[in-house]
Design a protein around this ligand. Structure first.
Ligand code: C5P
Length: 224
C-alpha cells in the first residue's frame, strides 16, 4: 500500500534513450533501458498522481494507469515533454537524451560505393530538455518542480552538485556507480540545496517509491 502523497499532482516523466536517425535504417542511441523512469512513473501513479510518461524506444510495458507518449529523437521528446509539462506540477527527467544528433539525415539508405571510402559524420547539439523546461515560465513561477538525473562514470558527488546548479533545478538524483543499465537494482544520491543523501542499493521500484516520497515532501503546500 502506497500513501497517496501525490494526489492531485500532474507528473511528467521522461525515460529511456533517444534514437537519432542517420538514414531510414541506421541511427545513434545508447544503453538506457528506461527501467528507472518506468518505475518512477508507476510509483507516482500509485501515489495518486496523474502521470504522463514520455518514452524513447524501449521494450517495457506501460505501467497501469499511466498515459504514455512514444518518441524517437530528442527533438520529439522535447516537444512531447513541453506539451505535457504545460499543465504539470512535477517534471522528472530520467531519459538518457543523446547530446548530439547527426547534422543531416539521409532520406535514402547511405550506400557503400565499393571505393573503400567511408562516410564522415557531422553532429549538431540536441536541445537540453530538462534545462529548457526548468528555465520555462512555469518552473520559474514555482508551479513546476523539476528533477534531473545524472549518470557519471567518476566524481559523482561533485558532478551532481554542479549539474544541479547548472540546470537550475531544486533536486538532482545521481546514479551511484557502477552504471546499472538494464539492471533491476540501483542506488541513488539525492542532491538538493541542503546537501546530499544516499538511498542505498535496492530494487528500482523501491527506490522510485522513496524518491516519490522525497519529491512530495518538497512540493509547496496546497498546490494541487
Ligand atoms: O547534462 P546531462 O546530460 O548529464 O544531464 C542529465 C539530465 O538532464 C537528465 O535528467 C537528463 O534526462 C536531462 N537531459 C535532458 N536533455 C538533454 C540532456 C539531458 O533532458 N539533451
Amino acid at each position: 500500500f502506497q500513501p497517496k502523497v501525490l494526489a492531485g499532482q500532474q507528473v511528467v516523466v521522461t525515460a529511456g534513450p533517444t534514437f537519432e536517425a542517420l538514414d531510414p535504417i541506421r541511427g545513434i542511441t545508447n544503453h538506457s533501458s528506461g527501467k528507472m523512469g518506468f518505475a518512477i512513473a508507476r510509483a507516482a501513479r500509485e501515489a495518486g498522481a496523474e502521470v504522463t510518461l514520455v518514452a524513447g524506444p524501449v521494450h517495457l510495458p506501460t505501467p497501469r494507469g499511466v498515459a504514455r507518449i512514444d518518441v524517437q529523437s530528442a527533438r520529439e521528446m522535447l516537444e512531447a515533454s513541453q506539451g505535457a509539462a504545460q499543465s504539470a506540477s512535477v517534471f522528472i527527467a530520467t531519459a538518457a537524451v543523446a547530446d548530439w544528433r547527426p547534422a543531416s539525415q539521409s532520406e535514402q539508405k547511405i550506400k557503400k560505393d565499393g571505393s573503400g571510402q567511408v562516410p564522415v559524420l557531422h553532429f549538431v547539439e540536441n536541445p537540453d530538455i530538462l534545462q529548457s523546461i526548468a528555465q520555462g515560465e512555469r518552473a520559474r513561477a514555482g508551479k513546476l518542480f523539476c528533477v534531473g538525473f545524472a549518470a557519471e562514470s567518476e566524481n559523482l558527488v561533485a558532478h551532481a552538485k554542479a549539474k544541479r546548479e547548472r540546470k537550475g533545478i531544486p533536486l538532482l538524483v545521481g546514479n551511484i556507480g557502477p552504471l546499472t543499465f538494464g539492471q533491476d537494482h540501483n542506488s541513488l544520491l539525492l542532491v538538493d540545496a541542503h546537501g546530499v543523501r544516499e538511498l542505498p542499493r535496492a530494487p528500482k521500484l523501491a527506490l522510485a517509491r522513496e524518491l516519490v516520497t522525497e519529491i512530495a515532501a518538497r512540493l509547496p503546500p496546497g498546490r494541487a
